[in-house]
Design a protein. Structure first.
Length: 398
């Protein structure tokens, strides 16, 4: 029986020479140009009720390179250009599968500057990476080693708005193996006052990274607003200063979430969360900034893919499940529970911390789903007189 290894992307910063930076900037521009031209061609064909696939756009690219107007496309590696056509094909596949919106054109100022190379577009030997059309290897800051004996299958080079250069290598990681199975399970309630509240009673503080740097960000944005609009050097410098503050916030937030999700996945076999629609929640003007800073969607994404890596299970409970209004001891449902109420006492005499009680109810609901596959919303009537979630609560009672 062969063991399939997990593919992971290892991302590093690097410092390009002036010639390498110029070559990569040209490549980014050509990738954007080809992507937009192919999207325009496919959109026009769609209006004529015609289908254009990747092979057709690849043939178009060959014809474009032969024209005098687009001859500059021959100056960069052809691999990233072909890859951007494949990315466009994936975008259309997701659109037709109703998993995404219609593909949009790439903007020179707003779109991500990146180029993807497959094995024919780079050389990786003795720990040195050399891209096509370049004479020297990239000066990479090896913050951590690649898995022993592994070689990258694809390499993605990018530059963020703060001006930092990154190279991401996709490799098989034999070190990622399922963890030993244990009986531990935890319910996780996300919040703003505390980032996470666990069913064990543990509360994890919300670092509020954006709030910590809010004054610095506002000062940088004020300086940017005073610069005349255009492509002047002073405005570009002020824009990079704003981008550096945003990058600092993002990096610290991502680092904290990585450490947190890794710990939760390593300690627990089953993790139960609430299926929140963050996209709709950020429409609340009063809470949008705080919700975005908490990054609940990113937390869930990390939790799910790490659980898949290490053989854990993540259960998402229906967003309409009244976890906060339900007594985790007797199952009584309260009629109202305003957000201002942080502790409350049930008729059975139990005093609850709102968030801890919600996490315990999520855990019970998740166990009910795992045990009998029942829904997680409380049932008005059931053959046994209790919902599956209530039955699970009853099992835990002495």
């Amino acid at each position: 029986m062969t063991t399939s290894h997990v593919k992971r992307a290892f991302k590093y910063r690097f410092c390009p020479t002036d010639a390498q930076a110029a070559e990569l900037s040209r490549t980014f521009g050509c990738v954007r140009k080809v992507y937009n031209m192919a999207l325009a061609a496919r959109t026009e064909a769609w209006t004529r009720q015609e289908r254009v696939n990747y092979n057709a756009t690849s043939a178009m690219l060959t014809a474009w390179k032969k024209t005098e107007e687009l001859s500059f496309l021959n100056d960069v590696s052809s691999v990233p250009l072909q890859q951007c056509l494949r990315h466009l094909q994936v975008a259309f596949t997701n659109f037709f599968g109703k998993r995404a919106e219609y593909p949009r054109f790439k903007s020179r100022k707003k779109s991500r500057r990146s180029a993807e190379y497959t094995t024919s577009g780079f050389r990786f030997r003795d720990g040195k990476l050399t891209l096509a059309k370049m004479a020297e290897p990239l000066d990479i800051v090896w913050s951590r080693p690649l898995p022993e004996g592994s070689k990258p299958s694809t390499v993605t080079v990018s530059q963020d708005p703060a001006g930092r250069w990154f190279v991401s290598m996709l490799c098989e990681d034999p070190g990622v193996q399922p963890l030993p199975v244990n009986a531990d399970a935890v319910g996780i309630d996300v919040g703003l006052e505390h980032l996470l509240t666990l069913s064990t009673g543990e509360k994890i503080a919300n670092p509020r990274h954006e709030r910590q740097d809010r004054a610095r960000l506002a000062r940088a944005q004020r300086e940017l607003s005073r610069k005349a609009k255009g492509d002047g050097a002073n405005r570009a410098k002020a824009r990079r200063k704003v981008a550096r503050v945003h990058a600092r916030i993002t990096d610290r937030r991502r680092d904290h979430l990585h450490k947190l999700t890794t710990r939760l996945v390593r300690e627990n076999q089953t993790l139960v969360i609430e299926d929140l629609t963050v996209r709709n929640m950020v429409k609340n003007r009063s809470l949008a900034r705080a919700i975005s800073d908490a990054a609940w969607s990113e937390f869930r994404s990390m939790l799910e893919y790490k659980a898949q890596w290490y053989g854990r299970e993540v259960i998402a409970v229906d967003r309409f499940f009244p976890s906060s209004k339900l007594c985790s001891t007797c199952g009584t449902l309260q009629q109202k529970m305003p957000l201002s109420v942080r502790t409350w006492t049930c008729d059975c005499g139990t005093t609850h911390d709102r968030d801890v009680n919600a996490a315990k109810n999520l855990l019970a609901a998740g166990r009910a789903v795992a045990a009998c596959g029942a829904g997680v919303r409380p049932q008005r009537s059931s053959p046994g007189g209790q919902s599956a979630m209530k039955q699970e609560v009853s099992r835990r009672e002495p």
